[in-house]
Ligand binder design. Structure first.
Ligand SMILES: [Mg+2]
Length: 124
């Protein structure tokens, strides 16, 4: 995760896509704009999922497959695009992490530990 975060920091800086620090209004607009772009990418993931379900129905009829067989084939057909959309989401998430100087790997494991403890307490 550290490698991905560093890669994206350099990549976004090189493309001039990082969030500027110069003045409040410019920074605020960049944060809002990038937040909108992140939510757009999240909806693109949903579009791919929707595409799987549509394709499942189509394959079921055209190829005379069971629903499960058609679903597995549709899933395979959408796999590459889902990967691309998830990558887009990660790029925006890392952009925010880099702007706020958050070590995402550390933050991720801390949060998972917090969830783990919460689950443990709930089960007691
Ligand atoms: Mg996309």
């Amino acid at each position: 995760m550290k490698e991905v975060q560093h890669y994206l920091k350099d990549f976004q800086k090189e493309k001039n896509w990082d969030i500027p620090e110069s003045e409040f209004l410019e920074t605020k607009m960049a944060i809002l704009n990038n937040y909108m772009l992140l939510t757009t990418e999240v909806s693109e993931v949903a579009e791919e999922f929707r595409g799987i379900f549509t394709k499942t129905k189509q394959l079921q009829q055209s190829e005379n497959l069971t629903e499960q067989e058609a679903f597995l084939r549709a899933k395979e057909l959408h796999k590459e695009n889902i990967g691309k959309e998830l990558a887009d989401c990660i790029a925006y998430i890392m952009k925010f992490a880099n702007y706020f100087e958050i070590d995402m790997e550390e933050s991720f494991y801390n949060k998972m530990e917090e969830i783990q403890r919460r689950i443990y307490i709930e089960r007691r």
